[in-house]
Design a protein around this ligand. Structure first.
Ligand code: BG6
Length: 450
């Protein structure tokens, strides 16, 4: 029993979900800003306003005892045109200040280079990821950050949940009324993202071999809903197409045949040159960020794959199942497939609608979620999985990716509602103290309460 001494106890956020100050100090719009304004829920400029609460938030991280903070850099805050034509010194200095404050407080920064917030300027200029120029613009942006911060930041995440974006192409600013054309476009973007990502990983491995660089992938556990082999195959296929294809390409440097076949079935052919293939081989990740929340149980009905909800099981209001053993299962799968690759859990969390009661927020479900998932993570460690850190989603309440401010994940409550109203006061939830104790005892408190 126990956790390694240098285990990275952290917490996560991302720029467009936490910063606000959307058009301040030279920042321009990203696709995340534009999408959020079209939704009926709060938009990115109504979020938690970390941009103006940085000192306070880092003081809270310190009080929590965090060893790591996973956050993303807003591409359009640093490069308003998306390319290197303009470098926004005010935007850059915000991250210089943040990283310095984190380091001064012995908190390891884990930086996501691109988390759902592609620059609108590049979408307007050449349709973003659809154009091969996007490969170099992503590379230049990532290289700029890494050259700037390589002395202070050891852990880099290239792209957050590439597959989620490809399966929801509007997150990339890609639209088409024709479903097969939309699919084809999304897959063109997908390949360009792989090439841009490989290029920056190769650069880092050649120039900064001490750094860790890899993707943050979404990998829910997929299980068959029944004993039927059709369901087992549906679950297997889903994990292969959705999650393992990405991990295979970025960790092994090779596109799996199964994925190419699947593309072909949809009339998409990736024409990779010899140098593209070589690049994928040279740009292999040396660690993995894992976003894991839940398990999905799949069944085949009338040749269609459907998710089945288990009777009497626990789900969030938004339908995400509570399944701690699923986390151990997923971690073991990663270990089996990619041997000793170091893994940081870069997201894992429980969402709730919450309110202040006499100045307090009681979140027993989140406490149980943390406890049960960390106990399973601990078992996975003892199974031999090389997990080096855990960053629950989220450090502080923030804007959900598409469901507003009411869907809360934070250890810290932020007083703002879905219309953007509220003083944004920070209030520690019960889970804050619970997690603080876990960190303070390097996980021992988990076993005491059992
Ligand atoms: C992950 C994303 O998909 O899940 C986060 O990386 C997101 O940005 C999180 O917030 C939770 O999803 P949602 O839709 O509840 O915000």
């Amino acid at each position: 029993m126990g956790f390694p001494n240098n285990f990275l106890w952290g917490a996560s956020t991302s720029a467009f979900q936490v910063e606000s100050a959307v058009n301040e100090d030279g920042k321009t719009d990203s696709i995340a800003d534009v999408r959020s304004r079209k939704m009926s829920v709060a938009s990115t400029d109504m979020a938690s306003d970390e941009y103006h609460h940085l000192h306070e938030d880092i003081a809270l991280m310190k009080e929590l005892g965090l060893k790591a903070y996973r956050f993303s850099i807003s591409w359009t805050r640093v490069l308003p045109n998306g390319d290197l034509s303009v470098i926004n010194s005010k935007g850059l200095s915000y991250y210089q200040k943040m990283i310095k404050l984190l380091k001064d407080n012995q908190i390891e920064p884990i930086v996501t280079i691109y988390h759902f917030d592609y620059p609108m300027a590049l979408i307007k200029k050449y349709k973003g990821w659809l154009d091969p120029n996007s490969i170099n613009d992503y590379f230049n942006y990532a290289k700029f950050l890494i050259d700037q911060f390589h002395n202070q930041v050891k852990y880099w995440l290239t792209i957050n949940e590439q597959e989620v974006q490809v399966f929801n192409p509007n997150m990339l600013g890609i639209y088409d009324n024709n479903a097969s054309k939309l699919f084809e476009k999304a897959q063109t973007a997908n390949l360009n993202m792989y090439l841009g990502q490989a290029k920056i990983i190769k650069y880092v491995r050649e120039n900064y071999p001490n750094l860790k660089i890899g993707p943050a992938v979404s990998f829910p556990t997929y299980l068959p809903a029944t004993m039927a082999s059709e369901d087992a195959w549906a679950a297997k296929k889903q994990e292969n197409i959705f999650a393992f294809s990405l991990m295979d390409i970025v960790i092994r440097g090779k596109i799996p045949k199964l994925y190419l076949n699947w593309l072909q079935k949809h009339n998409v052919h990736w024409n990779l040159t010899i140098s593209d293939k070589k690049l994928l081989k040279q740009g292999k990740a040396n660690y993995l960020g894992l976003n894991w929340y839940t398990t999905q149980r799949l069944t085949v009905v009338d040749h269609k794959v459907k998710e089945v909800k288990i009777k009497n099981a626990k789900y969030t209001e938004w339908g995400w199942a509570y399944d701690p053993v699923g986390l151990r299962f997923a971690l073991n799968q990663i270990q089996e497939r990619y041997s000793d690759i170091p893994v940081i859990i870069t997201e894992c969390g429980w969402s709730e609608r919450e309110k202040l009661e006499n100045g307090q927020v009681h979140d027993p479900d989140r406490i149980n979620y943390l406890k049960d998932h960390l106990l399973q993570l601990n078992k996975a460690l003892h199974d031999g999985v090389n997990v080096i850190g855990f960053c629950p989603w989220s450090f502080i309440d923030l804007l959900s990716s598409h469901e507003g401010m009411a869907k809360r994940y934070g250890l810290v409550y932020v007083n703002v509602n879905d219309r953007g109203k509220g003083d944004r006061k920070r209030i520690k939830k019960d889970s804050f103290d619970y997690y603080r104790k876990i960190i303070e005892t390097n996980g021992q408190s988990l076993f005491e309460s059992n």
